[in-house]
Design a protein around this ligand. Structure first.
Ligand SMILES: [Zn+2]
Length: 402
């Protein structure tokens, strides 16, 4: 039994996630939960062991809404120079590297290392996309909770049929995901949505990441057509919908508040309105997008229409850093006009709510987990706190409170 089950953490600033920054704030915890939060002066007489975090800000832990832990052993791909938009070229290199580096022990160890890195960078939960069923166990024993999604691909003909057959045999408690509108066919996407709905869960997929994707959906041609044909997909059997990715997904009836569109770079104004009308969430991956050279998501327009936005690191194969602090920094560099408070919410509260963890993570209020962060912060007044948190990047210093 612990000597103290009650702790009082004091810091110059506390970010509760639900109200203004608390100056000279404190958080009282007991048995793994937050009991009270407020100005230190109101809590100082609590019967608890006190720990002072001078020079820090206390914040909720972070939530990563898109990663591929399974690809962590392919970090060499993001050590090279950035890709400059050639999505199919990068996928070719990825598949080749994956074939050459298939030792399962190495794959597994690299995934665990990546998970440890996420934890070290303050991430308490991660939506992880993988192609191997065993990867659903990666989070066992880790404090960072892994929400694993088994990703299915198959665009048309035989490839879509086999994916559908595979899907029908997967246990109901395994979450599944589509890959992308250019690689998972319409029947497969619908079946995955029905399955997600039955389990009251999310449908997640890569959406509108590159111009090549849009070209393929609009015209049926371009680099993706050649790539898919090269992979043995009977691409002639795919009827291109003649529209962008979001419009296409909406035509399939799969866009709603339980749909997570990852990347969302190449979306037209009309599609932004569609996302807003359906209540779908967009996961921005600014670091990966920058490395891949696919362009910038229309974040300001999405925010203007109140589209829920969350952040994802994507994998080490397309992003040299696995840090949501880095994602926040890149997002702010790319979109300097966005309020830093909104950016921090994307990495914390919005992600927690999306994964159904809003009662436990993403805020500092009574009843949530006491797994909070003490983040080193040179801010002198409360107006600078979010500015610092969202622009410090991956080298930010932090420790876990519990
Ligand atoms: Zn991804």
């Amino acid at each position: 039994m612990q000597e103290f089950s009650r702790y009082l953490y004091r810091a110059p600033f506390v970010v509760s996630g639900t109200g203004p920054v608390i100056v000279d704030g404190a958080v009282l915890t007991e048995d793994g939960l937050v009991v009270a939060v407020g100005p230190y002066v109101d809590l100082k007489d609590a019967d608890a062991k006190q720990e002072d975090y001078e020079g820090h800000v206390l914040t909720p832990s972070l939530v990563n809404c898109h990663a591929h832990l399974e690809l962590s052993h392919l970090a060499m791909l993001s050590e090279n120079s950035p890709v400059s938009g050639d999505m199919t070229g990068w996928i070719r290199s990825l598949l080749a590297a994956r074939a050459e580096n298939s030792d399962q022990e190495i794959v597994h160890d690299a995934a665990l290392m990546a998970l440890a890195r996420l934890y070290g960078a303050g991430c308490r939960a991660v939506a992880d996309i993988g192609n191997m069923l065993d990867s659903r166990l990666l989070g066992d024993g880790f404090k960072t909770e892994v929400f694993f999604f088994l990703e299915l691909l198959g665009l048309c003909g035989e490839s879509e049929e086999s994916a559908l057959a595979l899907l029908s045999g997967i246990d109901a408690d395994v979450r599944c995901a589509a890959h992308a509108p250019y690689s998972s066919g319409p029947r497969l996407i619908r079946a995955l949505k029905e399955r997600a709905q039955a389990g009251k869960g999310l449908l997640t997929m890569h959406v509108a990441e590159s111009t090549q994707e849009i070209e393929f959906l609009r015209t049926g041609g371009g680099p993706f057509r050649n790539f898919l044909a090269e992979r043995g997909v009977e691409v002639d059997l795919f009827t291109s919908p003649g529209m962008g990715s979001v419009k296409y997904l909406d035509s399939l009836g799969v866009l709603d508040s339980q749909t997570l569109c990852v990347h969302g770079v190449h979306v037209e104004d009309e599609e932004i309105s569609l996302l807003a009308a359906r209540g779908a969430t967009v996961c921005l991956c600014p670091g990966s997008n920058r490395f891949m050279g696919v362009g910038l998501a229309p974040v300001e327009k999405m925010l203007a229409q109140n589209i829920p936005l969350v952040l994802g690191t994507d994998s080490l194969a397309s992003n040299p850093r696995l840090s949501l602090w880095q994602e926040m920094q890149v997002l702010r560099e790319d979109h300097p006009g966005i309020a830093p408070e909104a950016v921090f919410a994307m990495a914390s509260f919005n992600g927690a709510r999306l994964l159904g963890l809003g009662e436990r993570l993403g805020t500092v209020v009574p009843g949530v987990s006491s797994s909070l962060l003490a983040v080193r912060c040179p801010a002198k007044n409360e107006a600078d706190v979010f500015e610092h948190l969202t622009s410090a990047g991956a080298d930010i210093q932090l420790e876990w409170l519990e």
